[in-house]
Write a protein that binds this ligand. Structure first.
Ligand SMILES: [Zn+2]
Length: 76
């Protein structure tokens, strides 16, 4: 099983619906109500260094790359 995304195994289990059901029951990620794991960068999927301000939903690395394109200006 790949650890990065549990949905990758669905393709393999499509022909076995009962096993697929069981797999989903025991391997689906826990639904979280709070915490830093909920905030994911909309551009690259990173979870750290999240910028929520102004509804950006980007990580700092992506923000740095596209800041000038979306109208931010560096003053220093
Ligand atoms: Zn990002």
């Amino acid at each position: 099983m790949t650890a990065s995304n549990y949905k990758k195994v669905f393709k393999q289990l499509k022909s076995k619906p009962v096993k697929l059901k069981k797999f989903i029951k025991h391997n689906a990620p826990k639904q979280r109500s709070c915490g830093k794991n909920l905030k994911i960068c909309s551009r690259c999927g990173r979870r750290g260094a999240h910028i929520d301000k102004y509804g950006l939903n980007l990580c700092r690395q992506c923000f740095r790359e596209i800041a000038t394109k979306i109208g931010f200006k560096k003053y220093s």
